[in-house]
Design a protein. Structure first.
Length: 95
C-alpha cells in the first residue's frame, strides 16, 4: 500500500486534468511545446467565453506557462523562469 502512494500522481485540486483528458489538438500543442520535457498542472479555464487549457511546460529546470484554446491555438505564453525545486528532477538538483 505504501508503494502505491509514492507512485500515485497528485495534482493540485484546482488542476484536475492530465494530458490525455485534453482535446487532441490541445494535446499536440502541449507535446510539441514540451519537446521532450514535461507538461504539468493542467487546468481548464474560461476566457472570453471560450475554453482555454493552461499548463506548465517543464524542461531543463525551466518552466513556461502556456494557454491553448480548444482549437489548438496558443492564446498566451508566459515568460520562461526557473522551475520550483519540487518540479525539478533530482539530477538537476545535484542529488
Amino acid at each position: 500500500m505504501a508503494s502505491e502512494r509514492r507512485t500515485r500522481v497528485r495534482r493540485p485540486r484546482h488542476c484536475p486534468y492530465s494530458l490525455s483528458d485534453l482535446p487532441a489538438q490541445v494535446q499536440q500543442v502541449f507535446q510539441r511545446e514540451a519537446n521532450g520535457g514535461r507538461v504539468d498542472e493542467l487546468c481548464r479555464e474560461t476566457l472570453d467565453g471560450r475554453s482555454v487549457y493552461e499548463g506548465e511546460i517543464l524542461k531543463s529546470g525551466k518552466a513556461t506557462l502556456l494557454q491553448v484554446d480548444s482549437s489548438g491555438q496558443i492564446v498566451h505564453r508566459g515568460p520562461t523562469h526557473d522551475a520550483p525545486t519540487s518540479h525539478r528532477p533530482l539530477a538537476a538538483l545535484g542529488k
